[in-house]
Design a protein around this ligand. Structure first.
Ligand code: NAP
Length: 221
């Protein structure tokens, strides 16, 4: 039985139970070990019942950027997470028409978990930096906790100041985590594929094979 069904059954049996759900948002172009370690360490640290990976659909902030077809990104995410029983992948943003906004995704999940779940939105610290520009950001900031994941060497001073600002002005609940394996980046992987360099040990082998089989990242940058 998958982890979401286990959670729903438990909610049915125990009306006081409030599951803690990680929502891992990202473009995942492609997904790599940095993302997987981030999700797993957030799951452990915040005692999450599961982590749902949500590959972004048509992100409004990427209109001037080439992003790989969303179905490829979804399938790579599925391959990468298949062996972790606590990980799920959602098509919620892949299947949505038009631009995809995080607030709409969280609202949809709130419905699915009958308004009883506590959500932790996990993403890169750079993305969270701009959260006040996101759709309905004030509501979003009170709808879930945030986990901002940063690469080693990330300039923390500005981030801490931003977190304090969001906490005191918007009641934001934001946690910062530094993840050493986020030294791996999707940009670097795309560069390496394009330049025929090895991507071994940067991402799961199934994703590596998928990239080569579908000839992704050869010419798009
Ligand atoms: P991005 O600008 O592509 O990435 C920013 C940085 O964060 C990159 O260094 C990226 O590294 C890293 N990163 C991205 N997702 C991560 C994750 N889940 N865990 C750890 N590091 C991560 O950001 P994005 O992927 O487009 O957006 C992140 C999330 O914010 C998505 O779910 C997106 O839908 C949401 N968002 C929503 C709005 C809105 O609602 N208006 C606006 C902007 C973003 P890699 O390149 O190695 O992944």
């Amino acid at each position: 039985m998958d982890v979401l069904q286990i959670i729903k059954d438990k909610m049915q049996r125990d009306k006081k139970y409030r599951p803690k759900i990680g929502v891992m948002g990202g473009t995942f172009d492609p997904i790599h070990f940095g993302h997987l370690v981030t999700a797993e360490s957030a799951r452990e640290k915040f005692e999450l019942d599961c982590v749902i990976f949500v590959p972004s659909g048509n992100p409004p902030h990427k209109i001037h950027q080439v992003v790989t077809d969303k179905n490829h990104r979804y399938l790579m995410t599925l391959l990468a997470t298949a062996t972790n029983p606590y990980f799920e992948v959602s098509r919620i943003e892949i299947d949505r028409e038009g631009y995809t906004y995080t607030i709409d995704t969280i609202r949809e999940f709130e419905k699915q978990f009958q308004g009883r779940a506590i959500f932790y939105f996990i993403t890169g610290a750079d993305a969270l930096n701009e959260i006040l520009t996101w759709k309905e950001s004030e509501i979003l900031l009170t709808s879930c906790e945030f986990i901002a994941a940063a690469r080693p060497g990330y300039q923390k001073q500005q981030l801490y100041a931003d977190i304090d600002y969001l906490k005191s002005n918007y009641n934001g609940r934001i946690h910062f985590v530094e993840v050493p394996s986020l030294a791996i980046s999707s940009t670097d992987i795309r560069f390496r594929v394009k330049n025929r360099l090895s991507i071994k040990y940067l991402l799961p082998e199934a994703v590596e094979n998928y990239i080569y089989k579908n000839m992704l990242y050869r010419e798009n940058e």
